[in-house]
Design a protein around this ligand. Sequence first.
Ligand SMILES: C[S@@+](CC[C@H](N)C(=O)[O-])C[C@H]1O[C@@H](n2cnc3c(N)ncnc32)[C@H](O)[C@@H]1O
Length: 251
Amino acid sequence: MNQNFKLYSQYYDLLYSDKDYPAEVRYIEQLINQYRPESKRILELGSGTGKHANLLAEKNYDILGLERSAEMVAIANKNKLKNVDFKVADITEFQIDQSFDVALSLFHVISYLTDNQSLINTFKNVHHHLNENGLFIFDVWHSTAVNFLVPEQRTKTLQNEVIQITRHANPIINTEQNIVEVNYTIEVKELKDGTTFHIKESHPMRHFSKPEVELLAYATGFEVIHNEEFLGKAIPSAETWGVCYILRKLS
Ligand SMILES: C[S@@+](CC[C@H](N)C(=O)[O-])C[C@H]1O[C@@H](n2cnc3c(N)ncnc32)[C@H](O)[C@@H]1O
């Protein structure tokens, strides 16, 4: 099984402490209310440390989160509310004896599926686990923006009371495969004595065009009912890195 997020997981919440999960959950709730208001049960794919799931549970949805990294699931399970559960599973091959009204996959999880077979397997699995007219909502890297803006080296530093972490991201662009391999080096510094160590992880990310998602949807029993800038709701353009797709299950 792919090992990315194994080491990264313990620093994940600090690295993304600037991410506005409550605003994202309000956005998702609005999409569900617009396209399938009677929805109650949500399946989250790539649920990470459980931030979205717990906030959605507060809004009275029942949620099951599937996540490949056992380390991320352990963190999620420590903080879960009563109508949420998290399980270690690979979204390309899960099989559970439950059905759902909405499948969600947030913060580019689908972009982690870099080969066509993994995408087809995941979409078919989602289709199998959705109720009639169920929604599949996800955000992915947008090809037009990746080609126009071009990923660059970036550095991000964050700190809590115990550690300071500096993450360097070095992207390698594979134009023929629509994949950007993001190589992370994370420097962790203990504030009490300055002890420093490094970890490295590689995250290959695929980006998608609208016709590609439409083809994938068509081949796996869905229709694309809408796409827009994730959170901002603008029409996708060359400046829109993350695009949200809303698919409906066809019977
Ligand atoms: C950027 S994180 C997003 C986590 C969470 N959705 C959030 O918004 O914080 C991507 C997550 O997708 C998970 N993931 C990637 N590929 C997966 C797969 N095939 N099966 C299950 N989880 C996967 C990773 O382990 C990681 O937790």
